[in-house]
Design a protein around this ligand. Structure first.
Ligand SMILES: [Zn+2]
Length: 320
């Protein structure tokens, strides 16, 4: 129902909706629209102010009022660059997410804009490095960023919390929580205890390779294990379609497989260049965003090597 170029809306429960990114549009990430009763909350503002403005209008149409709150799950541009479209809302996230937005978002925007303008013509054609199945999504991503003016305003959260913030209305509560950083230095998810719905941000993806480039797989696994203890019926991932609770375990297994593959590679002391040639394991070969895999392997290797060096320096991990 409710199709636009940028996202489609799916009702999860009365007053609880997911806005799901349409490949090729300028949303890129999934968002949530939650009617608390008396106030409306939006989870993640999408890639561009164009998609963000449509999201704000959609929230107003579905709930009868403008969103009072916009949650930022983490600092990555595809979840927060729509913030500037929410002029009358409080933007809220963890203190660490805010610090990362302030320190890194503008340079990410400038770099992405330059690189994506350059990459757009390379998307198609016989020598394209991009998998066919990813091209529609990547086109929307690149075009969306290129469509934003260089003067685009980065809007950081004006309200921050440490571990948890609960917003309660007459109809329901939404629990904004962070268990630390896994996919990014700090990842916030939203939990609706009555409906058992989780808006996971990029802590969970469905049918797509998650991105480890800015994250720490070991901490990420621990975060997902903790989330898996919550009573959950529906997971709205940062990208991909909503799924059951097992969506969390699937992402966790991917991260554990990644760590295992890298450990095995390190044990056999292969030449450095073979690291980038490790094939995608069979269960993930049909997943989208396959372009993430080599970077995920490299990041996991670098973290594992730093850890091993640290252990050697500190006497096999024993406290002095
Ligand atoms: Zn992300």
């Amino acid at each position: 129902m409710n199709f636009s170029r940028h996202f489609r809306v799916e009702r999860l429960a009365p007053g609880v909706h997911a806005a799901l990114a349409v490949p090729g549009g300028f949303a890129l990430c999934n968002s949530g629209i939650v009617d608390l009763g008396g106030e409306t909350v939006v989870f993640d503002s999408m890639l561009t102010p164009t998609a963000g403005a449509l999201l704000a209008r959609t929230a107003e149409r579905l709930t009868g009022r403008r969103p009072a709150w916009v949650v930022n799950s983490h600092w990555h541009g595809d979840h927060i660059w729509g913030n500037s479209a929410f002029v009358s809302s409080h933007i809220v996230s963890s203190r660490t997410v805010r610090a990362n937005i302030e320190a890194r978002s503008l340079s990410q925007f400038r770099n992405d804009r330059r690189e994506m303008r350059r990459e757009l013509p390379r998307l198609t054609g016989p020598r394209s490095p991009y998998a066919k199945r990813d091209r529609a999504e990547l086109r929307g991503w690149f075009q969306g960023v290129v469509s934003m003016p260089p003067s685009h305003r980065i809007v950081p959260p004006g309200v921050t919390f440490e571990d948890e913030l609960v917003l309660t209305g007459s109809r329901r509560s939404i629990e904004l929580r962070t268990y630390g950083g896994g996919h990014s230095p700090s990842d916030v998810f939203a939990y609706l205890p009555d409906e058992r719905v989780v808006f996971a941000g990029d802590l969970a993806l469905r049918g797509l390779h998650p991105s480890v480039g800015d994250g720490r797989p070991r901490a990420w696994v621990a975060i997902l294990r903790r989330m898996e203890k919550l009573p959950i019926s529906t997971v709205v991932p940062g990208h991909g379609s909503p799924g059951p609770k097992s969506t969390l375990a699937t992402t966790r297994t991917y991260l554990q497989d990644l760590q295992r593959i890298v450990r095995e590679w390190m044990r056999t002391r292969k030449e450095a260049r073979t690291l980038s040639r490790i094939p995608i394991p069979a269960p993930y070969r049909r997943w989208g965003f396959s372009i993430m895999f080599p970077g995920n392997v490299l990041r996991t290797y670098r973290l594992a090597r730093a850890e091993a060096l640290g252990r050697a320096r500190h006497g096999n991990g024993r406290a002095p």
